[in-house]
Design a protein around this ligand. Structure first.
Ligand code: AMP
Ligand code: ZN
Ligand code: FE
Ligand code: FE
Length: 275
């Protein structure tokens, strides 16, 4: 009997804040017994080179184009997964370039706040640390640990960088509807990532009103009681139910690749171009 088809639809490489290269993650996926994968780096599709698709084919792994796109409402970050986007889409590339510029401004605002708290990090330092990747708070947190400003990555977020903390800055100001529209223009499907993170009846009501194609109901190693309400909401609206681990390599060693996954039917639904 053939083994069950499993695809992890949420993971990060060193093109954003993960620690494995795109090629390494393909091999890891194969080793973990997965048959399909979507690499969903923050605000970039740089991982998807023609070579990567060739490697995936060679090792017998189905690769679905993806990204995790940042948006905001009420100054709260909302992550939106994009699946099956046309990676050649001109409009999507332009959109991602604008996003990177807004990120740079936001990152500079965070560094200003850290400087005021006597924890200086220069932008050159941050850029050198992050190379060509999508630069974000996890890189800033790692430098804070290296410089001895905090004793752990967790403390960097808890004390300074998490939403509402003193050195947090919002500012990646695309709204969810704007991001969904860009994903649709690039023939992709837009899925609300890790919806379980969002709190507050009114906020959730706002999220439910947006034109998502699916909700990421299965996430990392969540308790089924947390998955249930989102499965129900997706079913009521006839939306696609997706799942993935949010693997980040050594950055979050407690998450393993394949911890959450979807079957063949969902994988194929997401692979179909949006009409
Ligand atoms: P950014 O896109 O630069 O705002 O950074 C967002 C990333 O930071 C997320 O994808 C997570 O990987 C990480 N992150 C956000 N909040 C926390 C937190 N409270 N603790 C640890 N990591 C976090
Ligand atoms: Zn991340
Ligand atoms: Fe996320
Ligand atoms: Fe993620």
């Amino acid at each position: 009997m053939p083994s069950e088809f499993k695809a992890d639809l949420h993971c990060h490489t060193n093109c954003s804040d993960g620690t494995d290269s795109p090629e390494e993650i393909l091999h890891l996926a194969k080793k973990a017994g997965l048959s399909g994968l979507s690499i969903t780096d923050h605000d970039t599709i740089r991982a998807y080179t023609p070579d990567l698709f060739k490697i995936a084919e060679k090792i017998g792994l189905r690769l679905l184009s993806g990204a995790e796109i940042s948006s905001e409402i009420d100054q709260i970050p909302v992550h939106i997964l994009a699946y099956g986007i046309d990676i050649e889409s001109r409009s999507f590339h332009t959109f991602l370039e604008t996003m990177q510029k807004r990120r740079e401004k936001r990152n500079l605002a965070i560094l200003e706040k850290l400087k005021a708290k006597k924890m200086p990090i220069s932008y050159d330092e941050l850029k050198a640390f992050a190379h060509e990747r999508t630069i974000g708070r996890p890189h800033i947190a790692q430098i804070m640990v290296e410089k001895g400003y905090v004793s752990s990555f967790r403390d960097a977020f808890e004390l300074y960088l998490k939403e509402g903390a003193c050195c947090f800055s919002s500012g990646i100001k695309f709204t969810p509807p704007e991001v969904i529209e860009e994903i649709h223009k690039a023939k992709g499907k837009a899925v609300l990532a890790h919806p379980h993170f969002y709190k507050g009846k009114n906020f959730i009501k706002k999220l439910l009103a947006f034109a998502f194609d699916g909700y990421e109901c299965y996430y990392s190693r969540l308790d089924p009681s947390q998955e249930k309400p989102w499965i129900k909401r997706a079913e009521e609206k006839g939306l696609i139910i997706t799942g993935g681990s949010d693997y980040h390599g050594k950055l979050k060693p407690f998450i393993t690749l394949g911890a959450s996954w979807v079957g063949l039917e969902t994988f194929e639904l997401l692979s179909e171009a949006k009409p």
